[in-house]
Write a protein that binds this ligand. Structure first.
Ligand SMILES: Cc1cc2nc3c(=O)[nH]c(=O)nc-3n(C[C@H](O)[C@H](O)[C@H](O)COP(=O)(O)OP(=O)(O)OC[C@H]3O[C@@H](n4cnc5c(N)ncnc54)[C@H](O)[C@@H]3O)c2cc1C
Length: 143
């Protein structure tokens, strides 16, 4: 992720780097081809009306298949960790364990952006936990 401007209203530029290496593209082609093969089997007949795309010409050509994949690729990433918690002095750390922003009095962050590493599962429950922990700290007078 890159900051494009010092204006906080300007969204950051996020480059996931998908398919940027030959190995990434090879594996994705393999995924699509195996999936197409599976969908074409009689076992899938009950739940699938058959393969709609990519067609045989695209499936048989690495370059065309790369183009097809690039045109259809999306992400379900749960972004987090943009203001990670950690101790004062850690150049990556932006907030303390109570969500207080280092060096800015009275400002807290209480969402998944404070996670120092991405969780291994869907982050919704973790987001709720962060909110509860920060709210509890505020109730206890941790200022
Ligand atoms: C399509 C989709 C499906 C998902 N499915 C799952 C799932 O199945 N399981 C799972 O665990 N997780 C899932 N997640 C992830 C989960 O929803 C998020 O990780 C979680 O909601 C993050 O919580 P958060 O508080 O960090 O951010 P958010 O829920 O995004 O809350 C941020 C809040 O800040 C507000 N806000 C933004 N800017 C400002 C501003 N300038 N001033 C004031 N308020 C502002 C927004 O309106 C929003 O209410 C899914 C996410 C998506 C998008």
């Amino acid at each position: 992720m890159r900051t494009r401007s010092a204006d906080p209203a300007t969204p950051p530029s996020i480059g996931y780097g998908y398919l940027s290496t030959p190995e990434d593209r090879r594996r994705m082609r393999e995924v699509v081809r195996v999936t197409a093969e599976l969908v074409g089997t009689s076992d899938f007949g009950e739940v699938s009306g058959g393969l709609t795309e990519p067609g045989a010409r695209v499936l048989g050509d690495d370059r065309l298949l790369d183009e097809w994949v690039l045109g259809h690729l999306g992400t379900s990433q749960h972004t987090c960790g943009t203001v990670p918690l950690g101790p004062v002095g850690d150049p990556r750390a932006a907030v303390d364990p109570y969500g207080r922003v280092h060096g800015v009095a009275g400002l807290r962050v209480a969402d998944t952006s404070i996670l120092p590493t991405p969780p291994l599962r869907g982050p919704a429950a973790t987001a709720v936990l962060i909110g509860e922990l920060v709210a509890d700290a505020m109730r206890r007078g941790v200022t």
